[in-house]
Structures are given as structure tokens and as C-alpha cells.
Design a binder for this molecule. Structure first.
Ligand code: GLP
Length: 241
């Protein structure tokens, strides 16, 4: 585990964008694992800027997103499909057929999860997985649990996740209660993992996840044993480490 301390949000975003862009330059057909949430937005903004300057080319890149709400269509503004397109994909030259997110509008969980697991295999696994962290230690939507769920699966979101994500919806009641998420094995099999954490509300969980025991009660803690894991934290998120 490698920890990089950044000054602030924009420093964290630039450092992470540098790692992602190096991956794409060294391996133009890389499979990038993408994350949603507020934290990676600055990274995507930076990558778009470098793309517009002509420094980056995503034409051969494949993307695999971590998760999607269950029971929400691609067209919905709250879908992660929409989030990824408006914050990143629509502004760079990623080929639409190489963009992958779980099919949120399909309520048949077994079918969606099986297809997603198969898709990850068919693209040869993930070269670099970007992650944020939930205040309860979730990665993707792998919520605190008594076991590590391995493959893509359907989860019931915890109250704290619904609370944290309500800012993206008009009303708390509109936040879906379930989601499809890549499992812990899918994430751990990524060849490299890069996590970003920013802000004071992440300080406590950063300490628990990376300076505490490895436990499914704090899903992110498993990354301590990933062979190539980098955490970039800004000063506020690093306050307790
Ligand atoms: C959501 C996403 C996670 C993300 C988390 C934290 O629950 N499913 O992938 O890491 O939010 O989001 P934020 O970066 O906004 O704190």
C-alpha cells in the first residue's frame, strides 16, 4: 500500500489524473475501472482538459464502471450512466461500445450480475481501477457486511449511503434502495487500484480502513492486501493518519 498526501482537492485530482493518464499513454488499450461520486469529478475534469489539449487519446480505451442503481434507466439524470457521460465520456473520444455499466433498468438481478461478471472476464480484467470511499467504508456499493461478496451482485444500500447520496436527488425518498455493484473479487483482481479520498468527513474511515484490521465490516480495508494499491488523500482526509 502506497499513500500519497495531497495538499487539497485539486492537488489530489491532478495527482490521480496523472496516474490515469500515464496508464493510457503506456497502454492505449487499457481497461479503466471508473468510479462515480463527488470525489472523482476533478480527476475527470483534468483528463478532459488534457484530452482537449491533444495530450491524451481514449480511442482504444475500455471502461468498466463499478456500479449502478437498480431500477433506474440510463436516461435518468440520477443514473451513473448519465453521471459518467456528463462528467467524462461525452467530452473525450471513448468508443461508446467500449463503455460498460451494469444495466440498472433490468430488474432481473441474476441476469444483470452474471452478464457483468462475464463482461469483465471478456475484456481481460481491469488494468487500473479508480475508487472513492463511502463514509461507512464502502467501495463501489460493497456495503459493510459479515462476508466479502465476491462477484457483481445486487445490494441493499445502507441508511448512511442513502443519506450521503441524497444530495444527487430532489428528495431522499427518490434515492434507490438497491444497486448493482462489482464485487470484492472483481476489484481485487484489478492489476492496479487507485483510491482518492478528500475532505474531513473521510478522515475517520481512512484511518479505520487502512490502519485498522482487514474486515468485511469495513470493505475498503481489503485493499491493504492488494499488491498494487495507491491511496491519494488530501490534507483533511489525512487528518487522522
Ligand atoms: C457512492 C459510489 C461510490 C463512491 C461513494 C463516495 O456511493 N457508489 O463508488 O465512492 O459514493 O462518494 P463521494 O466521492 O461523493 O464521497
Amino acid at each position: 500500500m502506497r499513500i500519497i498526501r495531497a495538499k487539497d482537492y485539486s492537488d489530489m485530482s491532478r495527482k490521480a489524473a496523472n496516474i490515469l493518464s500515464a496508464q493510457v499513454i503506456m497502454q492505449p488499450d487499457a481497461v479503466l475501472g471508473c468510479a462515480t461520486g463527488g470525489t472523482p469529478v476533478g480527476i475527470y475534469r483534468q483528463l478532459i482538459e488534457w484530452y482537449q489539449r491533444g495530450d491524451l487519446d481514449f480511442s482504444e480505451v475500455t471502461t468498466v464502471n463499478l456500479d449502478e442503481y437498480r431500477g433506474i434507466s440510463r436516461e435518468s439524470e440520477q443514473s451513473y450512466w448519465h453521471f459518467m457521460h456528463s462528467n467524462f465520456f461525452d467530452h473525450v473520444n471513448i468508443a461508446p461500445e467500449r463503455i460498460h455499466l451494469p444495466e440498472g433498468s433490468n430488474l432481473n438481478a441474476q441476469e444483470v450480475c452474471r452478464a457483468y461478471t462475464e463482461m469483465i472476464r471478456s475484456v481481460g480484467g481491469i488494468d487500473l481501477q479508480l475508487l472513492g470511499i463511502g463514509t461507512d467504508g464502502h467501495i463501489g456499493f460493497n456495503e459493510p457486511n459479515t462476508v466479502f461478496e465476491m462477484d457483481t451482485h445486487c445490494v441493499d444500500l445502507t441508511e448512511s449511503t442513502v443519506e450521503a447520496n441524497k444530495r444527487f436527488f430532489a428528495r431522499k425518498e427518490d434515492v434507490p434502495r438497491q444497486a448493482y455493484t462489482m464485487g470484492i473479487r472483481d476489484i481485487m483482481q484489478a492489476r492496479r487500484v487507485l483510491m482518492v479520498a478528500s475532505g474531513a468527513d473521510k478522515a475517520k474511515i481512512v484511518r479505520q480502513a487502512f490502519f485498522g484490521p482487514v474486515t468485511p465490516a469495513v470493505p475498503a480495508s481489503i485493499l491493504q492486501i492488494h499488491p498494487d494499491f495507491t491511496l491519494i488523500v488530501d490534507q483533511e482526509a489525512a487528518a487522522e493518519i
